[in-house]
Write a protein that binds this ligand. Structure first.
Ligand code: DP6
Length: 344
């Protein structure tokens, strides 16, 4: 072994959704997410003498099992950053990775996976020696973005923005940054019950979905809406405006899925139980006045968000009323997290 690095990096859940991109992973609109805590990937990158003539001599294991299927996305990532990390094609690379959650369940494994890998590559890289802590994470975010757009947001904890938004100082299309604007403290301890409606690979990948925004009849209106929502969300999050923030979050989730349903070709990632669960959440809110609101990723699962103060009541509701509609009754209790951790 010549060198190695190991990181744990979390997944994230977008409140303002990234859906649509330009070449070189430039987002069509700015996005904002909560970094998660319980959902993460641990990745170790190990360098040894190169054995093959291939440009990149690497193998990847997920929980000890060789995963050929993941290699194209990783190779594309290496190709995008090798001019800055030339060691990538000078050594043999072993990537050992494990998720704390089911792969391809709609929980963004590419966000945690690619951010963990970007952090490992940067830790080993010579560049690392000349970077301040802030520049290290900015570079890691930039590299993670080249692997998967949403991964750019996973290198920080709390509330994170990726994509240029003129009223957010320092915001950029090239990398994500933690939101520095004032945010009411109760949003930073939000709970996220991830309701697993479906476990298993989803029908259409996010990358394909982003591509379908090109020439989409509603694309411009959607990008303008996301920009408007950025301003609203940042303003509303200054105070404990749980209802207004929740409304905006649900609107974003449904707008994302509306784009999928109106693409050419069209597709639906929600399942019957996704809609059932949403309906029960709406009923629960009406009956209790508890500000529990949902969001959706590019999948069938539902993220149920609420302030920490309502955690127990919401968990009881999930247990008693929602589990019959979940795959094997499964859900994950998560919360806003602190960001990646270096393990080695
Ligand atoms: C719906 O980041 O997975 O989760 O950049 O092609 O890897 P690629 O796509 P990806 O897209 C995530 C889309 C989303 C919304 C979001 O996380 O903002």
């Amino acid at each position: 072994m010549i060198a190695s690095s190991k990181w744990r990096s979390p997944s994230n859940i977008a409140l303002i959704k990234y859906w649509g991109k330009y070449p070189h992973q430039i987002p069509a609109n700015p996005s904002i997410s909560f970094t998660l805590d319980a959902c993460y990937t641990e990745t170790e990158l190990i360098l040894s003498e190169k054995k093959s003539e291939a440009q990149f001599d690497f193998d990847l294991w997920l929980e000890g099992e060789a995963k050929e299927g993941f290699k194209p996305k990783v190779e594309q990532f290496f190709r995008a950053i090798v001019h800055e990390a030339p060691f990538l094609n000078q050594y043999r690379l072993e990537i050992h990775t494990a998720n704390s959650f089911p792969h391809s369940s709609g929980i963004a494994s590419s966000a945690s996976g690619l951010s963990a890998l970007a952090l490992c590559v940067l830790s080993i890289s010579n560049l690392n020696r000349s970077l301040t802590k802030a520049d290290f994470y900015r570079k890691a975010s930039e590299w993670a973005r080249l692997g998967s757009g949403s991964a750019s947001r996973s290198v920080y904890g709390g509330l994170v923005n990726w994509g240029r938004y003129e009223d957010l100082e320092g915001s950029a299309d090239a990398y994500a940054l933690p939101v520095k604007a004032h945010i009411h403290k109760d949003f930073l301890t939000y709970r996220d019950f991830i309701l697993l409606v479906e476990i298993g690979a989803k029908g259409v990948s996010s990358t394909v979905g982003h591509g379908l925004m090109k020439g989409h009849p509603y694309a411009e209106a959607r990008f303008a809406q996301a920009n408007r929502h950025m301003g609203h969300l940042l303003r509303l999050m200054q105070g404990p405006n749980f209802e207004e923030v929740g409304y905006l979050i649900e609107q974003e989730a449904l707008a994302l899925h509306a784009m999928m349903m109106t693409s050419d070709p069209y597709f639906i990632l929600m399942r019957a139980n996704t809609v059932k669960v949403i309906d029960l959440i709406w009923q629960f809110r009406k009956n209790t006045d508890i500000p529990a609101y949902f969001t959706l990723d590019a999948g069938a699962n539902v993220h149920l968000l609420c302030p920490e103060a309502h955690e127990q009541a919401v968990q009881k509701f999930v247990e008693q009323e929602l589990t019959p509609y979940l795959n094997q009754g499964k859900y994950i209790c998560d919360r806003v997290g602190q960001g990646p951790v270096k393990l080695k």
